[in-house]
Design a protein around this ligand. Structure first.
Ligand SMILES: Cc1cc2nc3c(=O)[nH]c(=O)nc-3n(C[C@H](O)[C@H](O)[C@H](O)COP(=O)(O)O)c2cc1C
Length: 402
């Protein structure tokens, strides 16, 4: 990151104090930081503190004549290698999603030709509000990058998602962005599966599982950002697809297998989807009725195709085939056995017991199991797991090609 520059936009939230720490972390890593503060941000931290830590004057006013004479707002918005918004308030997210530009921060966000990384921070209800979630979806599909928010105790006394990512997590996300392995997967074809499958009992009922698809989507995002031509085969999930991936939406395990086969050949496949092992033997054409006095129906299950094992034996087997193992006990031992049983190259294993909060959560603690043994990765944001995995894939494919 040494020699890079960041334009840091500080929004008006309690978490603004953490942006001071972020400035320090970035300066420590040799990144120059120029800051814009909103009017509200200056209610939480002083421009003097930000200027002292960044070593640069702080910009606050769109209509400041000296700023316009010395450096216009357009030039300011493009002066850095990356624009970071921390904290990204509900208001700043809404402004950018709606294309508003009525102060220096929002104008710079619209005028910039650089990537934007947002670290949202707000009360849990503000975060969960349909308006904020709508804005999030829009911003993601416009290519805005996100780090956090995390789940936890909030300054307002409530608990839930909305806490700004910690300064070191934001600094890691920035580091990721600047990583020299951007483009490391240029020319590589990648296939990722994500989410659950749904196996219908009748037109209105199905068997499914709690997979959110977040980890698979984060991996597809990381692969695409590293330059891979990425196909994401996704079961039914509630998240927006990452920018630049080819999305194939499916419902059942059999549809997922067919979509995967249609996406071959691929150099690497990462199977994160929680594919249902079984499906009802019979799917009723009409809703199964609860008849008075009739016996409770029983459901006979039959086995679904095993997508990972099928890809492992496929005549177009990807040269690097990676499976996921969601376990609730003896995680590493079960995953190592699964690697051999399925015939894949790597298994990424995680503990999905309810107390871990991994299923549906934003963070993950994984073990990477290869022919050389198991590596225990620290707890990371799912996006960071995706980036690290993409970097390992690039390294390995390069090694195989050499
Ligand atoms: C004490 C206090 C704390 C606030 N914390 C947040 C917050 O964490 N996140 C947020 O989105 N808004 C928060 N707000 C509301 C914003 O300050 C308000 O929406 C403001 O207009 C945002 O302006 P800006 O987006 O230009 O910075 C808070 C307001 C107050 C008074």
């Amino acid at each position: 990151m040494r020699g890079k520059s960041v334009l840091l936009i500080i929004g008006g939230g309690i978490a603004a104090y953490k942006s001071l720490e972020l400035v320090r972390r970035l300066k420590d890593r040799g990144v120059s930081v120029r800051a814009i503060m909103t009017k509200a941000a200056a209610e939480f931290v002083t421009p003097l503190s930000v200027a002292s830590l960044s070593g640069e004057r702080v910009f606050q006013d769109l209509f400041s004549l000296t700023d316009e004479a010395e450096m216009g707002h357009i030039q300011l918005s493009r002066s850095a290698d990356l624009v970071v918004v921390a904290p990204a308030t509900a208001d700043l997210m809404a402004k950018l999603a709606g294309g508003h530009a009525n102060d220096l921060a929002s104008t710079a966000l619209l005028a910039t030709d650089k990537a934007v990384l947002m670290a949202p921070a707000m009360n849990v209800r503000m975060w969960n509000h349909p308006a904020t979630q709508r804005n999030l979806k829009t911003l993601k599909s416009d290519g805005v990058l996100f780090v956090g928010p995390n789940e936890g105790d909030m300054a307002c006394g409530e608990f839930g998602p909305g806490r700004m990512a910690e300064p070191n997590e934001i600094a890691s996300a920035i580091e990721n962005y600047f990583r020299s392995d951007r483009g490391a997967l240029d020319g590589v074809r990648a296939l990722v599966t994500a989410g659950p499958t749904q196996e219908p009992l009748d037109p209105v009922r199905f068997i499914a599982n709690r997979s959110s698809g977040k980890q698979g989507y984060a991996i597809a995002d990381a692969l695409a950002r590293a330059g891979a031509d990425t196909t994401l085969v996704s079961g039914p999930v509630e998240i927006a697809p990452p920018t630049g991936v080819w999305l194939l939406k499916v419902t059942t395990a059999r549809e997922m297998l067919a979509a995967c086969e249609s996406a071959l050949p691929a150099d690497v496949a990462v199977c994160t989807a929680a594919v249902a092992d079984w499906r009802p033997e019979i799917t009723a054409n009409n809703k199964i009725k609860k008849e008075k006095g009739a016996a409770t129906p029983s459901i006979r299950l039959i086995e679904n195709p095993d997508i990972l094992a099928t890809l492992a034996k496929h005549r177009q087997r990807p040269q690097l085939l990676i499976g996921f193992a969601a376990e609730t006990e003896d995680v590493v031992a079960h995953a190592a056995a699964k690697r051999l049983r399925k015939g894949c190259d790597w298994i990424v294993a995680n503990d999905v017991s309810p107390h871990t909060g991994i299923m549906g959560g934003e963070r993950n603690t994984v073990h990477l199991i290869t022919a050389n043994g198991a590596e225990n990765w620290p707890e990371l944001a799912k996006s960071e797991v995706g980036s690290r995995l993409a970097a390992r894939i690039a390294e390995t494919l390069k090694g195989k090609a050499a």
